[in-house]
Design a protein around this ligand. Structure first.
Ligand SMILES: C[S@@+](CC[C@H](N)C(=O)[O-])C[C@H]1O[C@@H](n2cnc3c(N)ncnc32)[C@H](O)[C@@H]1O
Length: 314
């Protein structure tokens, strides 16, 4: 699982295979291009590549023998099978889930995106055994750790998919199937030149809007004030979402005011007037969201935590 300070990966143009992922497939000239991909001419012929940089860098996949066995035993059941045409974390268009068949019954679906070691999924699923949970992550050892807990504690309402989240939303999740989408501590990509790798962008919100039921929720948390601002701006500008906590914590008590006042992200404190966040809109901490290892690290570093909850409007 990458840490915040490991994001110095070289930039790749969209005509190259996605950073950290395996090379894309070789399409025939007539093969249709699925959502999220584009065809490009290369010296070696036409290739299908993602149409935007991915939000992750794939890291070593080492797992203990026990975890590898567990992974194999649960592949096809708790670990959902995925058809992959264009690379190891890709999702082919024919992968749409049948929710009732996949979980064995119909229940509100919560999709947890970029789960890391799965602490938030596990806490949510055990607090709400009456709901179905889908954990989405590209980092297999993280999912395997969650699987270990799921297996040893006989948790039956979690399914997992090892794949790129935008493609899971495009190709696996049916329209209006989800009650909630969670994105907690999404990689902040602090350097300006890598901001295009951030997950929370208008196009990603279009995907979330498609899979959420009307009235459904997207819950976000981050420890990075600049990213928190971008999340709030992008959600406020999106016609399918409304803030459930407009103006909350606006002014001196805003975590954004405090982060800017103390310069917690970049070591450059602003004056009171410059730091003031007059907009607010920060949500209370979501009840089942645990303090994960990522959040604990952010807290130790003195960073503020930002929660946002927006509702899918009709
Ligand atoms: C900073 S960690 C946060 C983990 C966890 N949500 C938490 O709160 O502790 C972000 C995780 O998102 C995963 N990730 C980033 N982009 C992703 C994508 N496009 N699809 C699936 N997982 C992704 C990374 O592999 C990483 O494990």
């Amino acid at each position: 699982m990458p840490a915040h300070n490991h994001h110095d990966a070289p930039e790749h143009s969209s005509t190259q295979p996605p950073s950290g992922d395996d090379p894309t497939g070789q399409p025939s000239a007539t093969q249709p291009v699925p959502a999220g991909y584009q065809k490009v001419e290369t010296r070696d012929g036409v290739k299908i590549v993602r149409d935007a940089p991915v939000s992750f860098v794939r890291r070593e996949l080492a797992m203990s023998a026990n975890r590898q066995r567990l992974w194999q035993d649960h592949t096809g059941t708790t670990i959902l099978p995925v058809s992959r045409l264009f690379g190891q974390t890709s999702v082919a268009p024919q992968s749409q889930l049948n929710i009732t068949e996949t979980w064995g019954h119909d229940a509100p679906l919560i999709i947890d995106i970029g789960v890391g070691h799965g602490e938030s999924t596990f806490a949510g699923a055990t607090a709400h055994p009456d709901k179905n949970f889908l954990a989405v992550e590209v980092y297999r050892p993280g999912l395997a750790k969650l699987l270990d807990r799921v297996d040893s504690e006989n948790v039956t309402n979690i399914r997992m998919v090892e794949a790129n989240a935008p493609e899971v939303l495009d190709h696996m999740v049916p329209e209006h199937a989800a009650a909630e989408v969670w994105v907690f501590f999404s990689d902040p990509w602090p350097k300006t030149r890598y901001h295009k790798r951030r997950l929370i962008q208008p196009k990603f919100l279009d995907r979330v809007a498609r899979v959420l039921q009307i009235g459904g929720l997207i819950r976000l948390a981050t420890d990075w004030s600049h990213y928190a601002m971008q999340m709030r701006d992008t959600l406020d500008a999106h016609p399918a979402f409304k803030n459930l906590h407009p103006s909350r914590l606006a002014g001196k008590t805003s975590p954004l005011t405090l982060a800017r006042l103390h310069g917690t992200d970049d070591g450059t404190p602003l004056s009171e007037a410059e730091a003031l966040d007059a907009i607010g809109g920060w949500a209370p901490r979501f009840e089942t969201r645990p303090v994960t290892s990522f959040e604990a690290k952010a807290q130790r570093a003195g960073r503020y935590i930002f929660d946002l909850t927006y509702q899918r409007t009709d």
